[in-house]
Design a protein around this ligand. Structure first.
Ligand code: NGO
Length: 521
């Protein structure tokens, strides 16, 4: 009998069979782990639309690129070769006919800006397109996160290298996404600093601010003032042997960072925090504590001497040599906690530093206290402690970098049990360093004045990179996201799940991160 049920069966059975057959020969479906990687990118992309399938990177894969994106292609190949063991040759070409390839192309979409990219993963291959080299580089950094965590391993891992298919279109909200490393309180070797650069670039951060001098140590060779490193380079907090960078080693570091689109900002802290220089050249001293090598952690006791012409020759020579080592437009001249500098002198110093920076072709950055002086739209102030100074700096026209100490001073302990760190500003758990908005942190601060975010790592309590990593990870990833992803796309509840998924990635990179109980690792 011909019933409706039969009619249905007649129609449905061949359809099911066809679907099953297509399932065998057609695109494979993404497994939960592969899909999770696609959903877990940090910083969260502006848009990421999964397509449900799989692309597998296989040993025959090539990386095909146009000339403009060759550097990004080569960098990615270097990152993918160790764990896959694949040759991954980088080939210049247009890649339009290719299968099993990662293809870089230049996009004519100017709305991507310098740092934006589009990444499309299809079952036959991957395409990264960007309007500028930094964007292409970031497309590659995202691709690393779409592969299994073991891709970050330094030795060959035998496993399928699968990625979920889909399309990502992504660009940052803020131009300045950085971290500061204090190499003055404790010295960090060039290799450690290079690793630090790798970490920043992995999370699409583009600034490394190096705090190169303080009361306890002077870390950069200045050829016209050799005793700065002969004397001042040989001490650190706690009495260790310190160290310094020759100009050649520093230039090599700058080039290493440039390759990963990280700009190095050198900081010489003036007019306070200057004891290491005064101990090296006592003729620079006139007031404050008599300069001797200092290995404690007090602040605010040393100052340059405004009365001496030699002071300004010193600053000019230092800025001259540092500017020559700095391809970027900025130089940081400190300005914080100058408690031993009389206020009139402080104000005069800041104007003079501005002039000297300008003379050597650089824009001056200073900690927010410089707002007390005659700064203007050609200066940049770094907010750390006082909303009043930050607002004052912006009102005078200066751009502001947001480094609120209660949120992103990653030298602060997570809680009272943390093995390293200080807590004068706050205990900062992982959620507390994530849950803030750079645009509303200082009420009333003009949005257009906010250049970006920077997370400082002061080194009073840490002596090497392993110890630094404990304070830095996982908070660094959250600050990177604050800089990159607009606040309305961010939420802690979503972020903590993505962060948990990053645990194995950090482990594969050899990072011993803090396992916060607030994150579902
Ligand atoms: C302050 C101080 C630094 C300390 C740091 C420790 C600024 C800008 N000056 O921040 O000298 O190392 O706190 O958290």
């Amino acid at each position: 009998m011909y019933t409706h049920a039969n009619k249905l069966r007649i129609a449905v059975i061949p359809m099911l069979a066809a679907l099953l057959l297509a399932g065998c020969s057609g695109p494979r479906k993404a497994s939960p782990a592969v899909s999770q990687a696609f959903e877990s990118v940090i910083p969260k992309p502006a848009s990421a639309v999964p397509a449900g399938g799989i692309f597998e990177l296989t040993s025959d894969a090539q990386i095909i690129t146009d000339e403009a994106n060759k550097a990004a292609a080569e960098y990615l190949a270097e990152r993918l070769r160790p764990a896959t063991g694949f040759a991954l040759p980088v080939v210049v070409g247009d890649g339009s006919e290719s299968v099993h390839a990662i293809v870089y192309t230049t996009s004519s979409d100017a709305s991507l800006g310098n740092e934006g990219y589009e990444l499309s993963v299809a079952d036959k291959g991957v395409r990264i397109s960007a309007a500028a080299p930094a964007g292409a580089f970031y497309g590659g950094q995202t691709l690393r996160q779409l592969l299994p965590a073991a891709i970050e391993s330094g030795s060959v891992q035998t496993q399928p290298w699968e990625m979920a298919t889909g399309t990502i279109r992504d660009l940052p909200q803020l131009a300045w996404r950085g971290s500061m490393l204090d190499v003055a309180r404790h010295f960090f070797t060039i290799d450690e600093v290079k690793r630090y650069v790798d970490y920043l670039a992995y999370y699409k951060m583009n600034v490394l601010h190096l705090h190169l001098s303080d009361d306890q140590g002077w870390r950069i060779e200045i050829k016209s003032w050799p005793k700065l490193t002969e004397v001042g380079g040989k001490s650190e907090v706690g009495g260790g042997e310190g160290g310094f960078y020759t100009q050649e080693a520093y230039a090599d570091l700058v080039a290493y960072a440039q390759r990963q689109h990280v700009m190095i900002i050198p900081e010489i802290d003036l007019p306070g925090h200057i004891n290491a220089a005064l101990a090296s050249y006592p003729e620079l001293y006139c007031i404050g504590k008599k300069p001797e090598i200092y290995t404690g952690t007090e602040v605010g006791f040393s100052t340059l001497c405004r009365k001496k012409d030699l002071t300004f020759k010193f600053v000019d020579d230092v800025v001259n040599e540092l500017a020559a080592l700095t391809p970027g437009p900025y130089i940081h001249l400190g300005g914080d906690e100058a408690a031993a500098t009389p206020k009139d002198d402080y104000i005069a110093f800041v104007s003079k530093f501005h002039e000297i920076a300008k003379k050597h072709g650089k824009i001056m950055i200073g900690w927010e206290e410089i707002a007390q002086a005659a700064i203007d739209s050609n200066d940049v102030a770094q907010h750390w402690h006082s909303a009043e100074y930050a607002s004052m700096a912006a009102a005078k026209g200066a751009q502001v970098i947001m480094s609120p100490s209660t949120r992103v001073y990653v030298d602060m302990q997570y809680d009272s049990t943390s093995k390293f760190g200080l807590h004068w500003a706050a205990y900062i758990e992982v959620d507390e360093s994530y849950n803030w908005d750079p645009f509303t942190q200082v009420p009333g601060l003009d949005r257009s004045k906010i250049l970006g975010v920077e997370t400082p790592l002061w080194s009073e309590t840490i002596t090497n990179l392993d110890e630094a990593e404990y304070l830095l990870f996982p908070r660094l990833a959250g600050v990177a996201e604050i800089g990159w992803t607009p606040s309305d796309l961010r939420s802690w509840d979503n972020y903590k799940i993505r962060l948990a998924a990053h645990g194995p990635r950090m482990t594969a990179m050899g990072i011993d991160y803090y396992r916060s109980s607030r994150v579902p690792w």
